[in-house]
Write a new protein. Structure first.
Length: 340
């Protein structure tokens, strides 16, 4: 592949793919707090507190509203802090040789686009791979521990487009991963291609850019960490069954209170309806989200003290169901360095 034949083609590709960077937008506290308090759970909590206000539970209702606001504010602070830490993980752009318009040009890794032919070479220090790339010429040894946890260096070879392989569909996750350099991995060693064919000025491996930015392997990992606080519908059937059972009891209780109140006639219809709505809303305790968050944060702090980092905190409550944990190999748990 000869890369982009002209600057206009490269510019058109840039309009589609954007720059090769993991720039994370940091929203303001006000915008994040507004989005947080308008979620389904906080709205339900404020609704329950409003019902208590109507029932003249002033102190309890106001304190609960204050606690909800403080909890949501602390959640927003935590998310913004995590986003700030992710922004700090961004690697600086470095210069590289890119083959465009029939000649080599020195650009930055931030300028790489899917379809580019470029060179990657290790000089004095280890080099971070800036994008997912297919090796066309040369070979390399990379450390993929940051993505897979595998501490053993991996050998990467050039793809051979001959015979049946030339007609095969590229499978960078399984069949052809031995020919692919993944974004975020570290280049430990490279071997320059032999004589003949396209040669890079810096003597590096000639590679074809496949995926950049948040579409790359490292970008997907960053996105997973960025949205790690989002909730998922896990075990939705069990939750729905429990809520249905509780709702049946609440309807029976509310029906009994309404029937008894109308029969006695000692209370107004306003008070009866308010009591019935309070009974129905008590199916889901408004304090439950805060109690769950405290339990999860306590578990996260205990794990952090043990140097265990969790990228998806919402899965911690489901870890209580785990009875057995099996590890496939020692390479994902150990390191090739001797540590005291």
């Amino acid at each position: 592949h000869v890369g982009f034949p002209s600057a206009s083609k490269a510019e058109a590709a840039r309009e589609v793919y954007g720059t090769n960077s993991l720039q994370i937008e940091l929203p303001s506290f006000a915008a994040s707090f507004q989005k947080q308090v308008l979620g389904p759970v906080p709205v339900f909590q404020f609704f329950c507190a409003s019902l208590w206000l109507l029932d003249e539970y002033w102190n309890y209702a106001l304190f609960n509203m204050f606690a909800i606001c403080m909890y949501e504010a602390s959640t927003v602070f935590g998310k913004l802090k995590n986003l700030q830490a992710l922004r700090g993980m961004k690697k600086d752009s470095v210069s590289c040789q890119v083959y465009r318009a029939g000649k080599w040009a020195q650009l930055t890794t931030e300028d790489l686009l899917p379809g580019d032919v470029f060179s990657i070479a290790r000089q004095n220090d280890d080099v971070n791979v800036a994008c997912d790339a297919l090796i066309l010429r040369g070979s390399a040894v990379v450390n993929e521990a940051s993505l897979t946890g595998e501490s053993t260096p991996q050998m990467k070879e050039a793809a051979v487009a001959e015979g049946s392989e030339g007609d095969a569909t590229l499978d960078i996750e399984k069949a052809h991963r031995v020919h692919v350099l993944y974004s975020g991995t570290t280049l430990l060693q490279h071997t320059a291609p032999g004589d003949g064919g396209l040669q890079a000025p810096d003597g590096g491996c000639v590679c074809y850019c496949l995926r950049t930015g948040f579409s790359s392997s490292q970008g997907k990992l960053v996105r997973m960490i960025e949205y790690s606080q989002e909730q998922v519908l896990t075990d939705a059937k069990e939750v729905l069954a429990l809520l249905t059972l509780l709702l049946v009891f609440a309807l029976c209780s509310a029906g009994y209170v309404l029937h008894k109140g109308l029969k006695e006639g000692k209370r107004s219809q306003y008070e009866l309806v308010l009591r019935c709505v309070l009974i129905l809303t008590s199916v889901v305790p408004p304090e439950l989200p805060m109690q769950t968050a405290v339990a999860v944060n306590t578990a996260l702090f205990a794990l952090f003290k043990a140097s265990v980092f969790c990228t998806e905190p919402f899965r911690i409550p489901f870890a209580g169901k785990v009875e057995f944990a099996l590890f496939d190999k020692t390479g994902t748990l150990t390191t090739d360095q001797l540590m005291a």
